[in-house]
Design a protein. Sequence first.
Length: 409
Amino acid sequence: MASSTQSDLPPDEAKQTDRGCSGFELGSGPPLRKIFFLLDSLNVGGTEVQAVELAIRLSRRRSYEVTLGCLRARGPLLERLTGSSVRIREFYPKGGFDSVHGVYQMFRLAMFLRRGGFKIVHSHDLYANLLGIPAAVIARVPVIISSQRDLSHLDLYRTKRRVWIRRMQNLSTAVLANSNAVRESVLADNRFPAGKIRVIYNGVDTGKFRQGSRDRSWLAPDGADERWIVLVGNMHSDVKGHPWLIAAAAAVVRQFPQTRFVLAGDGACRREFEQLVAQLGIQRHFLFLGRTDDVPRVLSCSDIAVLPSKAEGLPNVVLEYLAAALPTVASRVGGNAEIIQDGKNGLLVPPEDSTALASALLRLLRDPEFAATLGKNGREYVAGEFSFQRLIEKTDQLYTELLRSRGLE
């Protein structure tokens, strides 16, 4: 089975995506279920990683053939797909969804879906919903699954297009959320039937986050005797809570001067956060790593993890923190409270509260035994409740249910 990629990709990327099977046994007959995923891009992000891992794992089953469509088929995750049996296509609405080219791409996608005989279209994020759902409706795809993976905090939800977003979702067979908090938010905001909004939690590859070497010399030659507190999160805005962590850090280092805050991630606000650290005179206690492709290695060097977000759906990074057995402090927002059981496998604090955040971090620094217990409990919890195997099983069950409701199985 040869892989198929859109002809308007650059030659080097087209070559990367045009791959054949990697030896997965798909059976002698045609696959029973042709699934089409649609994503915004293949950049590294929580939604993108989940969708790519789900596509790869489903494609290994005899009953699935997965095609992954992207608005832009570019990004680091392209390499992860290389060698898999997942086919990749690009549908780029240059000029926007309501432009002439955007409408053209929608109909082009509809034709592709119709000719391909897909039984399920599963769009995984906001912009993919806007292109994929109407195309699937036009193509008369039997099962259409849209996604909601945030608490509607993005700017687009605050514009007049919000109405169209909800109308698109209402056209789908089911809306898939990744936490009960997101589900309740969608239900409170819209008149969807309760049964339309389903929840499947994210998965994490716990094997990738087993404690590795604690050698920090590759990051900071002078950091061997320090206690490291890590935050992995983009810096496109303050939504991940960086300003409140920086304010809390000033209180923490007064009592524990051998503490360093390691920030992995990048974005337009990075310079602003660096200036805030400088204004507080605590530059030597901070390490801005920028974007990193080796989060497991960074986590293995750390002692405590933190995510003081203002808003979250179900953050992959908290699952990764716990999988790495790191005692974790997170804000009580969105799906964080569905992962962390306060005082048992982590600590929860109010959002935008640097005093409470500092108190939680100081508690862990003062009581290493308690911190170690939280880390151990966290790893055991995610291994049982948030494995990729569980994600695959729940997704397969949902697909089966929806196909049977259409009389297709």
